[in-house]
Ligand binder design. Structure first.
Ligand code: PEP
Ligand code: MN
Length: 337
């Protein structure tokens, strides 16, 4: 879809001339929008219309492709490359929820040993039922940030309420926006205004285009970078908790220079499939991982079934490093030929 916007003072005669030119070139359909100025939504799936020529016609203000309307996502190159755990990749891992000081200290110590820079931990938990553990809120955020600092780490944590952003921004390296909040526009704006990197999960029923629109809100509001995180979408398939859309994420990488990472934990829903999902994402050229790890998964107060044990996380890291090295070697070989 292409949007052709007329100037405020375009005459009916000029508008009609443009309409005739578009029809003449064979566009499938034109929808006229009559706001405070006129716009045409032009459906031209066969690519027959020369929009560069239309742009020059009297009365035409601009021509926007649906794909390049979100300019910040398409054109901004993040100034710094976020790296954690594996060279050239952004691996963020830790518990679903911050439960206790002992739990967080135990997990973060291990994550530091694995070479991570960023760890996760939810303080405000968006639970499906109000009768489940809701997270320990601000207090948890402050404590876990302190513990992380002791291990030379920084935390990534979810905010659900725009009123919590200011406090959270003082303790986290990145703000996480969850799948349920992807289109909460006031929250996107507030998170962007913090000027911190924002990890934006894909809405469980959102298209990639809608995800791009959400990221544009965050960037326009002031964030230096959005880390897109594919965490699985709702489909008819129920054998996994969600369907990991690896190709959707890969397609997104054709549209932006922002990092695109994968969360295999919330897609899989159970620990036996987390490593496979992580490797699939990395093999597809994605930029990193968000993984749930717990010191004692059986006792986890949220997402227990999908939390990796320490030894399983080590296996994941070892295999991810090997995959990364193999791909780099293959590229080197290709360049030498
Ligand atoms: C989480 O990361 O723990 C979480 C709640 O994720 P999502 O928003 O993807 O469900
Ligand atoms: Mn979780």
């Amino acid at each position: 879809m292409t949007t052709l916007i007329f100037t405020y003072d375009a005459t009916p005669h000029q508008i009609e001339a443009v309409r005739r030119a578009i029809v003449g070139e064979g566009a499938a359909e034109i929808t006229r929008m009559n706001g405070d100025r006129v716009a045409f939504l032009v459906d031209d799936p066969a690519g027959l219309v020369h929009f560069d020529r239309m742009q020059q016609m009297p009365g035409v203000e601009s021509v926007l492709n649906a794909s390049d309307k979100n300019r910040a996502v398409a054109e901004v190159t993040p100034a710094t490359r976020l790296e954690s755990g594996i060279e050239g990749l952004l691996v963020i891992a830790g518990p679903c929820s911050i439960e206790s000081e002992e739990q967080v200290a135990s997990v973060y110590e291990r994550m530091a040993e694995e070479g991570l820079r960023y760890v996760r931990g939810g303080a405000y938990k968006p639970r499906t039922s109000p009768h489940d553990f809701q997270g320990r809120g601000a207090e948890a955020l402050v404590i876990s940030a302190e513990i992380a600092r002791d291990f030379g780490l920084e935390i990534v944590s979810e905010v659900m309420d725009p009123r919590d952003v200011e406090l959270a921004a003082r303790h986290v390296a990145m703000l996480q926006i969850g799948t349920r909040s992807m289109q909460n526009i006031p929250l996107l704006r507030e998170a962007g205004a913090s000027r911190l990197p924002v990890l934006l999960k894909r809405g469980m029923s959102a298209t990639v285009e809608e995800w791009i629109g959400a990221a544009e809100h965050v960037l326009v509001a002031g964030a230096p970078v959005v880390i897109f995180c594919e965490r699985g979408i709702r489909t008819f398939e129920s054998i996994t908790r969600n369907t990991l859309d690896v190709l959707g994420a890969a397609a997104l990488k054709e549209r932006t220079a922002m990092p695109v990472i994968v969360d295999p934990s919330h897609a899989a829903g159970r620990r036996s499939l987390v490593v496979q999902g992580a490797l699939a994402g990395l093999a597809a050229g994605l930029d990193g991982l968000l993984v749930e790890v717990h010191n004692d998964p059986a006792s986890a107060r949220s997402d227990a079934a999908q939390a990796l044990r320490f030894d399983e996380f080590s296996t994941l890291m070892r295999r991810a490093r090997a995959l990364r090295a193999a791909l780099a070697e293959a590229d080197l070989y290709e360049r030498k030929r």
